[in-house]
Design a protein around this ligand. Structure first.
Ligand code: PHE
Length: 505
């Protein structure tokens, strides 16, 4: 039988037990030897048959001796004691130890002479020479060690003392062999019926399903890992933020356009054309197409007027010439407030007039920043705004507190700030319990009349608004300290795969 012939082994094992209820294989070792197949393979087949309860096994442990390499030399050349004895002549002349060593080598003499003395094969004669001892006879003495080793080689078992002596002399080594006694199992049959894993169309068509044996369901097995995509931590946090904002009655704004005109990104927000943020150092301008093609012309005229003179808003404006070319420049939006202003313009001009609205968005923005551990050129903004009549700063503070409470930031402070499009403006600070310090977490304010009135919103409509980055709370939530590990080419895909779901309790 060749190695790997599992089926033949299986048949042989089952056949060996076919004689009757009490048939057994006394020892798989002997069985495998008789079959001429490796014992390990026999055990493999045995285990698989046992799993189906066709066979039962009991562990056996057999200890025996094998001749060591040194023992092998004894079998071939005789034991050291015998070789020494053979060199000691019969009679009183004897031989010196040096003479023995010259003949046999120091090693053999060292072991053999001691044994000879102990056996009284050799004794000390006159002048210290070595002569035959009382048991040394005149030639024919049995080489007991050699004879014993031959027995070991032949598979005979040794007496305890004999075995101990040979082991001590390292002429044999002890081996423990594990094998099995095999008897019939509860489901024994001479042949294993191949059990079907599934019911097929063919089995139904031919009717063979009636006689087929089926595998049981294994409810403990793990499902195969499915290699789908994984939500990035930013998306997980975004999902939660969305839920919270929608729960608070906010509608999502369409933020799917990354390229905006300077008009919507800056001018509609009453950000002056000379503002430093409108410099290429801070903003990514688009080369092709460099300019936006169309604007709501009437509105654009009012915006121009408001920037230059304040128009009818009661403001004095910026007092300098407003250029359409500047407003036409395309750019990668620097904030999602560019979308907020378009939404406000839309609700100001919708059919039926203004209706109160709560809007939010969570999407990407771009800034020409020097990158470091906390800044990237692109990041995500969470933006929210409420447009309603007679809102006041208290409403803004209230809605911001509610939102941040829901994401687990309970200690909030506000600091007066400046934005070209809000008055008053407030930076939002949250207490970071791990870092034990107040950190800036957002920016907010009430949109200026110079922004709202040109759109055509009624005079008593106030818009409270706020924005924050999505990255900062995500880094806090997921314990990430370097933003580059969160977002961009250095982000570890494994982290994305294994990131837990995000939940704010
Ligand atoms: N646009 C601001 C920013 O980018 C955030 C903001 C939104 C501030 C709305 C006030 C009102 O930081």
């Amino acid at each position: 039988m060749t190695a790997g012939d599992a089926e033949a082994i299986e048949h042989a094992l089952l056949d060996a037990l076919s004689a009757g209820e009490n048939a057994e294989i006394a020892d798989t070792w002997g069985f495998a030897e008789a079959m001429g197949c490796p014992h390990t393979e026999t055990v493999g087949v045995l285990i698989s048959l046992e799993a189906e309860e066709m066979l039962k096994s009991k562990k056996l442990e057999t200890t025996y001796f094998v001749v060591s390499a040194e023992g092998q030399r004894v079998i071939e050349e005789g034991s050291p004691e015998m070789r020494v004895l053979e060199c000691v002549p019969v009679g009183s002349d004897g031989i010196s130890k040096a003479g023995l060593e010259a003949a046999l080598g120091a090693d053999v003499v060292k072991i053999g002479l001691g044994q000879c003395m102990k056996n009284k094969w050799v004794a000390k004669g006159e002048g210290g020479v070595l002569v035959r001892g009382a048991n040394g006879g005149d030639g024919a003495v049995e080489d007991a060690a050699k004879e014993l080793l031959k027995k070991v080689e032949g598979g005979e078992t040794l007496g305890d003392q004999q075995a101990k002596d040979l082991k001590r002399r390292k002429l044999v080594t002890q081996v423990t062999r594990k094998s099995f006694k095999v008897t019939r199992g509860g489901s024994y049959a001479v042949r294993r019926v191949k059990r079907q894993a599934e019911l097929t169309k063919e089995m139904l068509a031919s009717g063979s399903w009636k006689d087929a044996a089926f595998k049981e369901y294994n409810f403990k097995t793990l499902g195969a890992p499915c290699g789908g995509g994984n939500l990035h931590p930013l998306l997980k946090v975004r999902t939660e933020f969305r839920k919270i904002l929608m729960f608070m009655g906010f509608e999502e704004m369409p933020t799917n356009r990354w390229v905006e005109s300077s008009f919507w990104n800056f001018d509609s927000l009453f950000q002056p054309q000379s503002h430093p943020a409108r410099d290429a150092h801070d903003t990514f301008f688009i080369k092709d197409p460099a300019s936006a093609l169309s604007f709501p012309e009437n509105y654009l005229e009012v915006v121009k007027d408001t920037h230059e003179t304040g128009g009818s808003t009661g403001s004095v404006g910026y007092g300098c010439e407003w250029k359409r070319e500047e407003a036409s420049k395309n750019l990668l939006r620097t904030h999602t407030t560019a979308v907020s202003s378009q939404m406000l313009h839309r609700i100001a001009n919708q059919e039926g007039g203004f209706t109160p609205k709560r809007y939010f968005s969570i999407d990407r923005v771009f800034r020409n920043e020097t990158m470091d551990a906390t800044h990237l050129c692109e990041f995500h903004q969470v933006e929210g705004m409420i447009a309603d009549r007679n809102l006041c700063l208290g409403d803004l503070i209230g809605v911001i507190k509610t939102f941040f409470h829901k994401i687990g930031i309970t200690q909030i402070r506000f600091k007066p700030a400046y934005n070209p499009y809000t008055e008053p403006s407030m930076e939002i600070f949250g207490y970071h319990p791990d870092l034990k310090k107040w950190t800036e977490i957002g920016n907010s304010g009430m949109f200026r009349p110079e922004m709202l009135l040109p759109m055509g919103l009624p005079k008593d409509v106030r818009v409270i608004a706020w924005g924050l980055s999505l990255e900062r709370p995500t880094m806090i939530k997921y314990g990430i300290t370097n933003i580059r590990e969160l977002f961009g080419h250095k982000a570890d895909l494994n982290r994305t795969k294994t990131a837990p779901v995000c939940r704010f309790d």
